[in-house]
Design a protein around this ligand. Structure first.
Ligand SMILES: [Zn+2]
Length: 238
């Protein structure tokens, strides 16, 4: 098995100091769209897709103007998963499955670049775009789901992964991969856990947390990032 960590979209919002906690007040910040490309038995799997070809080519239509104004995406076609996997010597036709952690625009823009694949999704996440309320219509970019992906929907987890309710996902290539609901950021946000060859697990947490220091006893998350994280939470801890 090979796991590639890809940045499939660089965002450059105002003020590095507030977003990254370093740099100056006038310098642009840097956020990335962290995706995983997993190769096993000559098949490819993606965890998140970042921005896709159509997002770059029709940014106003797909991403909207307010996102572009706030986050200033680089819109570099070479950062798309579609281009990067070819650069690694693979073919887009070899991608069989995609696991989005959630449906925010910077995580699923590349779905339309792989129309043949199965897209694994937790039902409460999909519900937000199938029957969106006003808040969800403003948050999710419904234009990005046209043409409609080949969804495989997961309803209620009945298994456990290290004490967390989870779905084990049966795949043809025998990858040991689990979908673990980590809700809050969105209503059906999930983490994706992959067991690597040496037995250790890799858990892609999507936007379940925004800053590495949130895993420590005292978070040192920069103020701007902190405010933004709270402003987009769908379900807050009571
Ligand atoms: Zn998000």
């Amino acid at each position: 098995m090979k796991i590639h960590h890809l940045n499939c979209g660089t965002l450059c919002p105002l003020c590095a100091r507030l977003i990254n906690g370093k740099g100056t007040w006038t310098e642009a910040g840097k956020l990335i769209c962290h995706c995983l490309l997993i190769e096993q038995d000559n098949k490819l799997i993606l965890v998140d897709t970042g921005l896709g070809l159509a997002d770059i080519q029709q940014a106003d239509h797909r991403l909207g103007k307010s996102f572009q104004k706030t986050f200033k995406p680089k819109l570099d076609i070479n950062e798309t998963a579609h281009h990067q996997l070819q650069g690694l010597g693979y073919s887009p036709a070899d991608v069989t499955d995609i696991f989005p952690t959630h449906l925010d625009l910077d995580h699923i823009g590349g779905l339309t670049d792989f129309p043949q694949v199965t897209v694994h999704i937790y039902q409460p996440e999909l519900e937000q775009i199938l029957n969106p309320r006003l808040k969800e219509k403003l948050r999710f970019r419904l234009n990005q789901f046209n043409p409609k992906p080949k969804w495989k929907i997961y309803q209620q987890p009945t298994e456990q992964w290290y004490g967390l309710s989870a779905f084990s996902i049966p795949l043809e290539n025998n990858l040991n991969i689990w979908m673990i609901p980590l809700i809050g950021h969105t209503k059906g946000h999930v983490g994706i856990a992959i067991q690597q060859d040496h037995g250790k697990w890799l858990l892609h947490c999507g936007d379940a947390y925004y800053h590495h220091s949130q895993l420590e006893v005292v978070s040192r998350m920069p103020l701007g990032l902190n405010i933004f994280e709270k402003s987009v939470q769908s379900i807050r801890r009571e």
